[in-house]
Design a protein. Structure first.
Ligand code: HAM
Length: 429
């Protein structure tokens, strides 16, 4: 038997109803905050991720699905392509490619699959889904303002509250600007020098190439050393400190609670200034339900104009997991099961089903070869609210038997006005 590839999974009903519920709700929230949807390709040139996410990150160095495309001729070497491990790089590429700055501030959102070759476990998959948003534009459009950071964080708090996700915790930090980072990296290098030989091989390499990435280390023995390293908060220059203070002031003013975590540096290289994660207790080890931050130099590093930006991505798989702990099932059940009874009744039933569905009534259609007992059993199994019986007698008399499957009550409803009658009964429940 061929099974789904390790780390990928089928999303089956009724869980897919929960996914649709989440996506409908987030689209509604994005609309109110005046965000518009963008859809970028699922694969891009490998260079895009290497240059934005960073060569030294776990994502680029270990987790990408990369392949050499076929060239146009046998001797022609193809491009190196990669399944997107995240969507910010693709959005910024599209921003540059389509000169989206002509529209001023761009507020874009996306929903779609991402791919990382991580070790699969609960809440961690090799194909997973993100719901993300990016606010990007020229500084003259206000893209650098701490007001954008606070607005995005307030949106997230609203979104999680609306979905009924209680107990989230916003962890906030500033990772400063490239100047701060240079000083901080130097301090890290110095602090690591005497201890790095006791650390894992990855950290020994990171200590030389990109010391900030030492914070991505998951090796338990390295953690006491990492805990004693200097903190970025001591290396922020005045503009970065002011920016961070103002983000916090607005969050307090609008009543969004947060915790400062100056160990939070995030696992991607493009971040500057504000960095954040929302965690959720019910998720176990993979407790980051979403993450994001500012990336003020990213557009320039990809060959674009100055375009400060900030964004986030929610792990939709984790969001749904968190909802499953709290929410009731949002499974869709039919309003009416139509039971055609006897030869020639399928056509009559199809006509009725068509009328009802056009009135937004959810209909499941049986088959004329089923006996009444089987039809009613099927209807109950599906959780239908009513069964409508369509037999020769009903067609002749012009009145159809409508059975309420939870009370067992049955009424005869005339053919004229049948759809209106059913719709009003369905709405009353
Ligand atoms: P990230 O922290 O790498 O950030 O991913 C964001 C979220 O995606 C995580 O918090 C987690 O919920 C989910 N996620 C990541 N990897 C997996 C996985 N293997 N399985 C399930 N869920 C996963 C980014 O991707 C940035 N692009 C976010 C961003 C947007 N920053 C600025 N704009």
């Amino acid at each position: 038997m061929i099974r789904a590839v390790r780390g990928t999974r089928d999303l089956l009903p009724p869980e897919t109803a929960l996914w649709n519920y989440v996506e409908t709700m987030v689209r509604e929230v994005f609309r109110v905050y005046n965000f518009q949807e963008i859809r970028t390709p699922i694969f891009e040139e490998t260079q895009l991720f290497a240059r934005s996410v960073g060569e030294e990150t776990d994502i680029v160095s270990k987790e990408m699905y990369t392949w050499e495309d076929r060239g146009r001729t046998a001797s022609d070497k193809g491009q190196s392509l990669t399944l997107r491990p995240e969507n910010t790089a693709g959005v910024v590429r599209a921003y540059i490619e389509h000169k989206l700055w002509d529209r001023g501030l761009n507020k874009l959102y996306y929903i779609g699959p991402q791919f990382r070759r991580e070790r699969p476990q609960k809440g961690r998959y090799r194909q997973f889904y993100q719901i993300g948003a990016e606010v990007i534009g020229p500084p003259t459009a206000g893209s650098e303002s701490p007001a954008r950071d606070a607005e995005l964080l307030e949106l997230l708090a609203t979104l999680l509250d609306r979905l009924g996700i209680a107990d989230w915790c916003l962890q906030l930090n500033s990772v400063g600007c490239p100047n701060d980072r240079a000083a901080y990296n130097e301090a890290l290098r110095k602090a690591l020098e005497p201890v790095v030989s006791n650390m894992c091989v990855d950290c020994q390499r990171r200590a030389v190439t990109n010391p900030l990435r030492v914070f991505d280390c998951k090796v338990p023995e390295d953690q006491p050393i990492i805990d004693k390293l200097p903190r970025i908060s001591h290396y922020l220059d005045e503009p970065c400190r002011n920016h961070f203070d103002e983000v916090q002031q607005i969050l307090k003013a609008v009543g969004v609670p947060f915790t400062i975590n100056d160990r939070l540096v995030r696992g991607l290289d493009y971040y500057t200034r504000t960095a954040f994660e929302f965690t959720h207790g019910a998720l176990g080890a993979q407790n980051a339900i979403l993450g994001g931050g500012r990336y003020d130099g990213l557009s320039e590093s990809l060959g674009g104009p100055k375009a400060p930006g900030i964004g986030f991505a929610i792990g939709e798989d984790r969001l749904v997991l968190a909802l499953q702990q709290t929410a009731e099932s949002v499974q869709c059940k039919p309003d009416v099961y139509i039971a055609p009874l006897g030869a020639g009744m399928n056509a009559e039933a199809a006509k009725l089903a068509r009328e009802l569905r056009r009135q937004e009534v959810v209909v499941e259609l049986g088959d004329e070869t089923f006996r009444l007992k089987k039809s009613l059993e099927t209807a109950s199994k599906l959780g239908a609210r009513f069964a409508l019986i369509v037999g020769e007698n009903e067609v002749k008399s012009g009145a159809f038997a409508l059975k309420n499957l939870s009370t067992g009550d049955q009424v005869a409803v005339p053919r004229d006005g049948l759809t209106d009658e059913i719709r009003s009964r369905v709405q009353k429940l």
